[in-house]
Design a protein around this ligand. Structure first.
Ligand code: ADP
Length: 259
């Protein structure tokens, strides 16, 4: 439609998006995608108009996490409609390319894929667009952040020393690029035994809070390590929907309110 005819520098599509929040991590496997999915759904549960752009081109997991299948419908010549579940509009490389297509793209191609997902998708009016970035501090996530009008980046880490070192690198990279950091989320923060209630800090304790303080950014939440988080992600029902009264859901919803 008309909304997509504007020049690439200031795409009209983005003018309808009030807040762009990117979710980053220092390395893979720390729960970046889980966090992005649960924050997006939490915002939708608050009545916000929400989009989720799965820019993790190397391992797009949002279609599975949000239980979305099928292909986005073309709208006109070069625009597609996002798919939707739990009140979240979703676009993902995983929906545009076949699931078994190896994505071994180089930086520039990945960047143009991101630009397409930003500007050639009929997002409509959004209160929040959440971007699930590729993990790490390589060229791809850096370029994506620099070339996208993000209002803030949220960094996900675990309490483990190696993950914190990677997170520190990511934070330093973001601060160098003068991208505002909205906060840190510590995932797999602790484990509470379902039988005896005992809390165990399996990956260490207090590290994320120290990192947050050191960099002068808020710690927005601590998500417990719990098999139900993994199971709900695999089942396509984010934990904020599957267990709305659980400690994980509460932590995600509180963090979403701080965005
Ligand atoms: P990333 O996006 O950082 O690579 P994911 O969000 O894909 O990480 O999470 C990696 C795996 O760990 C997934 O199977 C996910 O379900 C699981 N997971 C994430 N957070 C938790 C948690 N708090 N408790 C248990 N499993 C989790």
């Amino acid at each position: 439609g008309m909304a997509f005819e504007a020049p690439a520098a200031e795409p009209a599509a983005l003018a309808e998006i009030r807040h762009v929040v990117a979710v980053a991590s220092g390395k893979g496997g720390v729960g970046k995608s889980t966090t992005a999915a649960n924050l997006a759904v939490s915002l939708a549960l608050e009545g916000k108009a929400v989009g989720l752009l799965d820019a993790d081109v190397y391992g797009p997991s949002q279609p599975r996490m949000l239980g979305v299948t099928g292909r986005p419908k073309p709208l006109g010549r070069d625009t597609v409609a996002p798919l939707e579940n739990y009140g979240v509009k979703l676009i993902s490389m995983g929906l545009l390319a076949a699931e078994d297509t190896p994505i071994a793209w180089r930086g520039p191609m990945v960047q143009s894929a991101l630009t397409q997902m930003l500007t050639k998708v009929a997002w409509g009016r959004l209160d929040y667009l959440v971007i699930d970035l590729p993990p790490g501090t390589g060229d791809v996530p850096i370029t994506m952040i620099q070339q996208t009008p993000v209002d803030g980046v949220l960094v996900v880490c675990t309490p483990q020393d190696v993950a914190l070192l990677d997170a520190r690198k990511a934070i330093a990279m973001l601060q160098r690029a003068q991208v505002p950091i909205v906060g840190i989320i510590e995932n797999m923060s602790f484990y509470q035994c379902p039988d005896c209630g005992r809390v165990d800090h399996i990956f260490g304790e207090g590290g994320a809070a120290r990192e947050a303080e050191r960099h002068g950014v808020p710690l927005l939440g601590a998500i417990p390590l719990d098999v139900v988080v993994r199971e709900s992600g695999d089942a396509g029902t984010p934990i904020v929907v599957a267990r709305p009264d659980g400690p994980h859901a509460r932590a995600f919803r509180d963090a979403a309110r701080a965005l």
